[in-house]
Design a protein around this ligand. Structure first.
Ligand SMILES: Nc1ncnc2c1ncn2[C@@H]1O[C@H](COP(=O)(O)OP(=O)(O)OP(=O)(O)O)[C@@H](O)[C@H]1O
Length: 241
């Protein structure tokens, strides 16, 4: 279980508050959509949860590890188990989808593999399994530079899974994709939650959140104003955002 208490974050020399006293508990296998207007704090929340931003205040407990007060063990846990998925994930365009999946972030990949691109056969099989799960088997040997936006996004998801992610935190993962491709990426993420108990936290537009998430968090001016199960939001709920 993941427990966030009193997460507070300010930015800039004037210490402008962008996240106010946010407390939530997250269960394994949830697909949480973060919704809210522009500047409401969605990206900052996702960046704080993936420890890319320093917290001003708050506590962050993952499986009973106090992440912020246990710097080495806590940071290592987040680094190993959490994947941060950007809007346009970085893939090496000259390497195949498979190689991109196998050769993950520098922190997760042995130096000799980064250098030589060599892989062990069991790693190869594992990566092919994940690519198959994500419907990318026929793209495994295609250069990443020639993949479509949705395929790139799914390759990045495959890379996160191959490197052991239990939580995928994604900042607007389907922005710029056509509606059909966006739905297919989100269906993929939802299936991972259901079938493999992966937890997903993703900033999404309201309509997609309503359709795909099991839970919706709504932010307004850095405040958590909504925390409901994934469903169509009512008029008054939307008015809070
Ligand atoms: N590096 C920064 N320096 C100054 N202000 C920042 C910085 N990062 C974020 N902010 C401010 O913090 C607030 C929250 O920003 P954030 O990017 O988290 O919002 P958002 O909900 O993701 O917005 P959008 O939907 O437009 O991406 C905004 O007012 C933004 O201007």
């Amino acid at each position: 279980m993941i427990k966030v208490e009193h997460l507070t974050k300010s930015i800039g020399p004037e210490k402008r508050l962008v996240l106010h006293d946010i407390s939530v508990q997250i269960e394994q296998g949830e697909m949480i959509a973060v919704v809210g207007g522009s500047g409401s704090g969605k990206s900052t929340l996702i960046r704080c949860l993936t420890l890319q931003e320093r917290w001003d205040k708050g506590s962050f407990i993952i499986d009973e590890v106090d992440v912020l007060n246990n710097k080495i063990k806590g940071k290592l846990k987040v680094r190993r188990e959490w994947a941060y998925l950007e809007q346009n994930p970085y893939l090496n365009p000259n390497r195949t989808a498979l190689k991109n999946v196998l050769i993950g972030r520098a922190s997760q990949t042995p130096w000799w593999r980064m250098l030589t691109g060599m892989v062990r056969s069991d790693d190869y099989m594992g990566a092919m399994d994940v690519l198959e799960q994500l419907g990318l088997l026929d793209k495994a040997h295609q250069k990443a530079g020639s993949l479509s936006g949705g395929e790139k996004q799914r390759t990045a998801i495959a890379r996160a899974l191959v490197h052991g992610a239990k939580v995928i935190a994604a900042d607007e993962p389907v922005i710029g994709l056509d509606p059909k491709t966006a739905a297919s990426v989100l269906d993929t993420l939802r299936k991972l939650c259901t079938d493999q108990q992966i937890t997903v936290i993703a900033a999404l537009p309201i309509e997609l959140a309503e359709r795909h998430a099991t839970r919706i968090w709504g932010l307004k001016d850095g405040n958590l104003v909504l925390d409901v199960s994934g469903r169509k939001l009512t008029g008054p709920e939307k008015m809070k955002l």
